[in-house]
Design a protein around this ligand. Structure first.
Ligand SMILES: NC(=O)c1ccc[n+]([C@@H]2O[C@H](COP(=O)([O-])OP(=O)(O)OC[C@H]3O[C@@H](n4cnc5c(N)ncnc54)[C@H](O)[C@@H]3O)[C@@H](O)[C@H]2O)c1
Length: 325
């Protein structure tokens, strides 16, 4: 009986807290925080050769930031750098395999020596195997964790100390809505994105605790975007997000020092109620938007004729493998 009462109190408290949070976010919508300037900042973006990474690189450059573009794909990365330079912006490209800690530390040192200290770090590089857990080779699971999660540790270790010293900086984690709720057929990817979310939130809390109020964190959790990475995946009632719009919202969140950016907002509500309602109810809500069948027709970048080969993404796990199991 005591347990039931405690549970009930817990549910009521969570309900009130989430209601207040919702109200505050509505107030924020009406009266958004002011935007900071990123002119003169050094913005490092991993995975800058494609999709969100390229979009963010171009956007931050247009705002006067110096861009440090990292990617494993030399040509695609260089193309981003050239696009920025053609617009009159400042950009430097470095080939870096973010699945390898030593390569991250090597490239980080090169950046410090030749460009300067990074003030905004965007951990964006990511891969998806798109395979069912038991069918996914061990090394691909390991690689997914290395790029989508562990790389965030090493890049942060490389660049956060100087931000702390200067009491000025920003860490941006491009996670995913898959980092807020488990999804069928995406066990490795979800785990890696939960890791990215957990790391970003832990760092945010720590920075607050040690009163580093000049160093900010932004955690980005979108559903599917039309970059090509998730070609074929689809949700019901939730449209595939447009790359340009997501880029614009990420940049806006950074300029406003906003921590959470969950897109679309309905997903934020769904993930918020997860822990407050019985599991079967949360499952029902997720089924209503086909969350657990959303990967059934996934082909990924290699299955997308328009994009295939364009990025030459050596790490893209799935090669149009449509095997069902
Ligand atoms: N596309 C989506 O639907 C979606 C949804 C939510 C979150 N995300 C996340 O957004 C981020 C960007 O995704 P995107 O859609 O722009 O993907 P993308 O495939 O267009 O771009 C990813 C980039 O990362 C690079 N990359 C891959 N492995 C690398 C490595 N080992 N080292 C360095 N660079 C590497 C690729 O070459 C590519 O340029 C990823 O972290 C992804 O998980 C994407």
């Amino acid at each position: 009986m005591g347990f039931i009462l405690k549970d009930l109190v817990g549910v009521v408290v969570l309900f009130v807290v989430s209601l207040v949070a919702r109200l505050l976010s509505v107030v924020r919508l009406i009266f958004p925080a002011g935007k900071k300037s990123v002119s003169g900042e050094i913005v490092l973006i991993t995975g800058a050769g494609s999709g969100l990474g390229r979009g963010m690189a171009l956007s931050f450059a247009r705002l006067g930031a110096t861009i440090v573009a990292w990617d494993i794909n030399k040509e695609a990365n260089e193309a981003t750098v050239q696009m920025i330079r053609q617009e009159g912006g400042k950009a430097f490209g470095f080939v870096c395999d973010c699945s390898k800690r030593e390569d991250i530390y090597r490239a980080a040192q090169e950046v410090k020596d030749s460009v300067g200290h990074v003030t905004i770090l965007v951990n964006n590089a990511g891969i998806v195997s798109g395979r069912k857990f038991l069918d996914c080779p061990d090394d691909l699971i390991q690689k997914t964790m290395d790029i989508n999660t562990n790389a965030h540790f090493w890049t942060t270790k490389a660049f956060l100390p100087h931000m702390l010293k200067k009491k000025h900086g920003h860490l941006v984690s491009i996670a995913s809505a898959a980092g807020l709720a488990g999804m069928s057929g995406l066990a490795d990817y979800c785990t890696s994105k939960f890791g990215a979310v957990g790391f970003a939130d832990s760092i945010r809390v720590r920075l607050h605790e040690v009163k580093q109020h000049g160093v900010h964190v932004t955690c980005v959790c979108p559903t599917y975007i039309n970059t090509g990475m998730f070609t074929g995946a689809e949700l019901r009632e939730v449209a595939i997000l447009e790359t340009d719009q997501v880029v614009q919202q990420i940049v806006d969140a950074v300029l406003r020092n906003q921590f959470w950016l969950v897109l679309p907002r309905t997903v934020a509500i769904l993930s918020g109620i997860q822990g407050m309602v019985p599991t079967f109810l949360a499952d029902l809500a997720q089924k209503a938007i086909n969350m657990h069948g959303s990967m059934d027709n996934f082909v990924g970048r290699q299955g997308n004729k328009k994009n295939s080969g364009r990025q030459g993404n050596k790490n893209s796990g799935r090669q149009g493998n449509k095997k069902k199991n």
